[in-house]
Design a protein around this ligand. Structure first.
Ligand SMILES: *[C@@H]1O[C@H](CO)[C@@H](O)[C@H](O)[C@H]1NC(C)=O
Ligand SMILES: *[C@@H]1O[C@H](CO)[C@@H](O)[C@H](O)[C@H]1NC(C)=O
Ligand SMILES: *[C@@H]1O[C@H](CO)[C@@H](O)[C@H](O)[C@H]1NC(C)=O
Ligand SMILES: *[C@@H]1O[C@H](CO)[C@@H](O)[C@H](O)[C@H]1NC(C)=O
Ligand SMILES: *[C@@H]1O[C@H](CO)[C@@H](O)[C@H](O)[C@H]1NC(C)=O
Length: 324
């Protein structure tokens, strides 16, 4: 605590680079040896966080510990999968839930599983049901993130690449892959349509407050593209932000801005995890440096709840970070 105060007092920051207004940092430890709480969500009663982890489970923090809520593969066995942290070898068998988001009205959790496609889970039933594994004849290779339109139950989601799976990310980056897609699952017709293709490492997606556009990040191209859903620009898109590092998940804030988790390569090859707050036009409003808590460790998500609590996901960490 003292060191935090000293740190804040001992530097002066440019106005858009603020120290974290932190009073505490906590870790919500994942079960056993599993890692990788990539994305974080909460149910309609505020219960959670829920997150998908490396051993294939979607777990929920019940106030004291993470408990299993969903699995995404019918072939998954606890014996083979619980506590594992190598989806590269067990992803297809165990599942690897990445994007998670509730449709509050129906109490359903949508899951973008890196190996098993888009699924939906109903609380009370452990096995989530697949609803799409491809679009326009092209199978998903690396479903990554999603956001649910709470008015319609439609789901906007990304497939990072049509060529490279989760275990081949490095190849995707090395070859500057641009076969990622932004997709929409229409709840009424149960069809998936392609909104954008040729994305370079499609990662995070977030709907804005009045549902007129979505933002999608591309971790290989280091940028964020805005895709208009309605209005005069409907179905058009435009790059609105570029970063020094790789953007991952995008989460809308209570006031309608967005937090983007961005991993910036630093001196000597270290990874500097940052959270960057942008508005819907892509203007950078704030940059928070998180290496104090994620030393040389990438983060995948930075999510604000209320006005002073932040939840942090990471593809490699073995805990969900909480700042308040
Ligand atoms: C959370 O779940 C664990 C394991 O099932 C249980 O022992 C504990 O009592 C639960 N805690 C709360 C606060 O519900
Ligand atoms: C489950 O495993 C069996 C046997 O290996 C395989 O034939 C089947 O396709 C698997 N099912 C799924 C949904 O992966
Ligand atoms: C990588 O792909 C992106 C998007 O397709 C493109 O804008 C960029 O110029 C490419 N970069 C290189 C080094 O090929
Ligand atoms: C976009 O992707 C399609 C395949 O989905 C490919 O045929 C086409 O060449 C790509 N266009 C560009 C400009 O890269
Ligand atoms: C929706 O919100 C955006 C800001 O996020 C604003 O520019 C736009 O005018 C709003 N559109 C409607 C139809 O309310």
């Amino acid at each position: 605590m003292l060191s935090v105060i000293v740190l804040i007092l001992s530097f002066s920051f440019p106005s858009n680079i603020l120290p974290l207004p932190i009073s505490s940092f906590r870790r919500l430890d994942l079960p056993l040896t599993s890692v990788g709480p990539e994305a974080i969500t909460f149910d309609r009663f505020g219960g959670g966080p829920y997150t998908g982890i490396s051993d294939g489970r979607v777990v929920k923090h019940n106030g004291s510990t993470f408990i299993e809520i969903f699995i995404t593969s019918p072939n998954r066995t606890s014996l083979e999968c619980d506590g594992t942290n190598n989806p590269a070898t067990l992803g297809v068998t165990c599942g690897r839930p990445f994007g998670v988001g509730f449709y509050f009205r129906e109490n359903q959790l949508f899951i973008a599983d890196a190996y098993r496609g888009l699924l939906v889970g109903v609380l009370g039933k452990k096995l989530a049901v697949p609803i799409a594994t491809g679009a326009e004849g092209v199978p998903f290779k690396f479903p990554n993130a999603l956001d649910v339109d709470q008015l319609t139950g439609d789901v906007y989601f990304t497939d990072a690449s049509a060529r490279f799976s989760l275990s081949q990310i490095q190849e995707a980056v090395a070859t500057n892959d641009s076969t990622g897609r932004l997709l929409k699952y229409d709840r009424r017709t149960q069809q998936v349509t392609v909104l954008l293709k040729n994305l370079s490492g499609a990662a995070g997606v977030a709907i804005n407050a009045n549902r007129t556009f979505v933002l999608v990040s591309e971790f290989i191209a280091n940028r964020i593209t805005k895709f208009w859903l309605r209005g005069p620009n409907a179905f058009k898109s435009q790059v609105v932000a570029t970063f020094q590092g790789m953007p991952d998940n995008i989460k809308r804030t209570p006031s309608g801005d967005f937090w983007v988790a961005v991993n910036v390569p630093g001196p000597g090859g270290v990874m500097l995890p940052t959270a960057i707050r942008i508005n819907g036009n892509g203007n950078i409003l704030k940059t928070l440096h998180l290496e104090k808590y994620y030393k040389n460790t990438p983060i995948s998500e930075f999510q604000q709840r209320g006005f002073g609590t932040y939840y942090i996901g990471s593809r490699v960490g073995n805990f969900v970070g909480v700042i308040n």
